[in-house]
Design a protein around this ligand. Structure first.
Ligand SMILES: [Cu+2]
Length: 108
C-alpha cells in the first residue's frame, strides 16, 4: 500500500502540469474541440483513448485517425473506447470527420 502510494507520487511529480499521459486516457469533446489537445502515450503498448462528447455545439461527431484507419462515431455523453498500439515514437493526429478540430497523441 505504501509502495503504491510512493509510485503514484513519483509518477505525479514526473508529469508536467496539464499534460496527460498513460495507457488509458480520457478525452472530452467540448465547445473547444478535443480536450486535452495533446496526450502522451508509451510506444509499443496497447493504449486506450476514452472519448466522450459532451456538446452538440461543434461539428465533432466522429473520431477519425486517418493514419490508423480509425473512424468511430461519438454519440453524445457516451464514452467511446479507441484502442490501438502505437509502434514507434512520434505524433499521431486525429480529428473530426471534416478535419477541422484536431488533437495529437504523442507517442514516447
Ligand atoms: Cu468538423
Amino acid at each position: 500500500m505504501l509502495l503504491g502510494w510512493t509510485i503514484a507520487l513519483a509518477i505525479g511529480c514526473a508529469q508536467t502540469p496539464k499534460s496527460v499521459s498513460g495507457t488509458r486516457i480520457a478525452i472530452s469533446v467540448t465547445e473547444n474541440g478535443f480536450e486535452p489537445k495533446v496526450v502522451a502515450v508509451p510506444a509499443g503498448k496497447p493504449v486506450t483513448l476514452v472519448v466522450t462528447r459532451h456538446t452538440d455545439e461543434t461539428c465533432v461527431r466522429d473520431f477519425v485517425m486517418a493514419e490508423r484507419n480509425i473512424s468511430k462515431p461519438l454519440p453524445l455523453e457516451r464514452p467511446v473506447e479507441i484502442t490501438f498500439t502505437p509502434e514507434k515514437p512520434g505524433d499521431l493526429t486525429y480529428a473530426c470527420a471534416m478535419d477541422m478540430f484536431r488533437g495529437t497523441v504523442r507517442v514516447e
